[in-house]
Design a protein around this ligand. Structure first.
Ligand code: SAM
Length: 258
């Protein structure tokens, strides 16, 4: 590791705490018929431990200079693709592979965690679980309950798609070099979803949460407010409430009837 020049632009903070690495790797239970996608393997600390599952493992890494760590890990079941994960159409990519279940795992740079999660959700690849490291505040936001400060659009979107659990908190000193912030590893597990118009759901959430401190009455001018008021009433809410007070089911019921 001594000669490696860490690149800030790629958010390169490599994990050095082996107990955290074990917890990330042990958060999944793939068999040899399954496929693991790792995002941002870096020095390969997670990749090398994932090999114990003997599943097919494909890792996407943007920085070719990590090749010196990753090349020795490649074999007929482990493949590294040097590419920007955000540029990959995961759905098309996966269509060429045969597998039973898909697991996604990654310790990503903080600035792309949310875009990457959105990218995975939008690609609708039916992952069994997604285990990722996020900034501690982001985990708090994803795990937030309605009527709390941290509850937002992303909380609702994630909770529609997955069950969320916290795996472990990670101190900044568990990385080399040491980042400014602490982190949390979270695991998102696939759940049964009500079928809805997903694009409409996203747009409605964006509008409802547009001005967080404003009431629904102010944020939803573009919609049929009489109809929405009637649905809100069934859930004991009104247009005087703010989006951050509404639970997932209330949002879903509104979107189903829009
Ligand atoms: N997984 C390693 C670990 O736990 O020590 C490295 C983690 S480091 C926080 C993030 C890694 O993601 C870096 O190796 C970086 O080069 C890579 N990366 C950054 N942006 C990426 C992208 N868009 N697509 C794929 N890999 C990316």
């Amino acid at each position: 590791m001594t000669k490696f020049k860490f690149k800030k632009k790629y958010g390169q903070n490599f994990l050095k705490n082996t107990s955290i690495i074990e917890k990330i790797v042990n958060s999944i239970e793939p068999t040899h018929n399954d496929l693991i996608i790792e995002i941002g393997p870096g020095s390969g600390v997670i990749t090398s431990k994932l090999k114990k599952y003997n599943a097919n493992l494909i890792a996407f890494e943007i920085d070719v200079e990590t090749k010196k760590f990753l090349l020795p890990l490649e074999d007929d079941r482990t493949k590294i693709i040097y590419s920007d994960f955000l540029e990959i159409n995961l759905r098309d990519f996966l269509s060429t592979y045969n597998y039973e279940r898909l697991y996604i795992i990654g310790n990503l740079p903080y600035y792309i965690t949310t875009p990457i999660l959105e990218h995975i959700i939008d690609c609708d690849v039916n992952a069994e679980t997604i285990t990722i490291m996020v900034q501690k505040e982001v985990a708090t936001r994803f795990l937030a309950k309605p009527q709390t400060r941290d509850y937002g659009m992303m909380t609702v979107l994630i909770n529609y798609n997955y069950d969320i659990e916290k795996i472990v908190n990670v101190k900044n000193t568990d990385f080399i070099p040491i980042p400014k912030v602490d982190s949390t590893v979270i695991k998102l597990s696939k759940k049964d979803k009500e079928s809805i118009d997903y694009d409409l759901f996203k747009k409605f959430l964006k509008d409802a949460f547009q001005f967080k401190r404003k009431t629904l009455n102010n944020n939803l001018n573009a919609y049929d407010k009489n109809k929405i008021e009637a649905i809100l009433k069934r859930h004991n809410f009104s247009l005087k409430n703010r989006a951050e007070e509404l639970d997932l089911q209330t949002f879903l019921d509104i979107v189903k009837e829009l």
